[in-house]
Design a protein around this ligand. Sequence first.
Ligand SMILES: Cc1ncc(COP(=O)(O)O)c(C=O)c1O
Length: 421
Amino acid sequence: MTMTIHHTAEPEANDLRARLDAATGRGQRTKTPTMAAVVRAKGSHLWTADGRRLVDLAAGVLVANLGHDHRGFERAFARYAKGLPRTAYNFLTPIEVEAAERLLASMEGNRNAQKLLWAASGSEGIQKALWAAMHKNPDRKILLATRKGFHGKKGLAGDVSGEESPNPNVRWVPFPTDEIEPKAHYAKELDRLGRDHRDDIALLITEPYLGAAGSYHPPKWYLRMLQDWCRDNDVPFILDEVQSCHGRTGNMYAYQTYGLEPDLIVLGKGLANGEPAAAVVGRADLIDALDYGEASDTFSGNPRACAAVCAALDVFEDEKIVEHARERGVQLRAVLDELKAQFSFVTAVRGEGMVYGIEMRDDDIARECVLEAYRGTGKKGVHFLGPLAGKVLRVSPPLTIRREELYEAHRILSRAWTRVG
Ligand SMILES: Cc1ncc(COP(=O)(O)O)c(C=O)c1O
């Protein structure tokens, strides 16, 4: 049974929540103690149905990297989208060609960024990347995935997420979390897998950092070691950049931050600043392993999604978003460190660029922190993703957040969290 969330003094939002719960299934949403009802958004601010204002420290789920209702983005998007057909199934539009060419060009210098496939969600992009590698070597069965990753819930993306799989062909490679073992530890595991499944490994998939599992950012040598091992063993190396793409780690792409050149890279979330678009970019021989129709579906490469991809690239270039994010990331880190110094229930702050996790003493404290941040101070609050990663709160504001907005969030949290515990 669905327990409708109710907050005091929120008549409008309480009515909307009750009606939503009556009309839709709860399975569509992730669990949060707040369930804010947002009627307007601008930049890094959200306005609730009852007239409160929240600083957005989530950007959806790392989606609205340019913030909400960004003037440059909306104008460019409207310009690109003007007059486009509503669908381009079985025909092409120039906007798709432009979006594809520009996305490849945005990876200039990456020798493997040769061709792409569109998808309509991150997990579909992952599925297509896995299919591409599996079709390239159809006689190989084994899928290697780094443990505790999250690549989506659907199909093969779900099979290679977490640390247990319903798919008997998935094998797990350890990923450094709280304890970082010496390099030899991981190398030994990889070599063992290589020996056990000689000539039978179709691919290895990993994330630049474990976001959903609670913000674990590995040392650079770890991901390079995975890539080197893949090269030595002729195994396609797939990097899931669904959440790290478009500026999160302080570079346009995380493969640049970590000094990698993966065979396939999956992009999503911030790629089109909120329009549903995802893509797999990589080696032409892998992308072309899929024949006509094998990766087609109704919405992938949709003209408006492609228009949004172009508009986002325009703004990233024109407004030097990555440089801005790098600078703001330093302030974000300082704010989070100050919160850690102020509140003893904050046990760790982990992250890089504009993506962090705040680890709390336990899940209950994390839940209370989300709630009290929302309640904030009077008419103002702070919006977090619900504590999706147990006791770790994810922090991923729009990359365009202004310094004052960040400091405003800090002021609200440093008062609101005195009520926690
Ligand atoms: C790293 C990563 N990969 C894949 C996905 C799946 O994307 P989607 O929810 O668009 O299917 C997510 C979503 O959170 C993600 O964070």
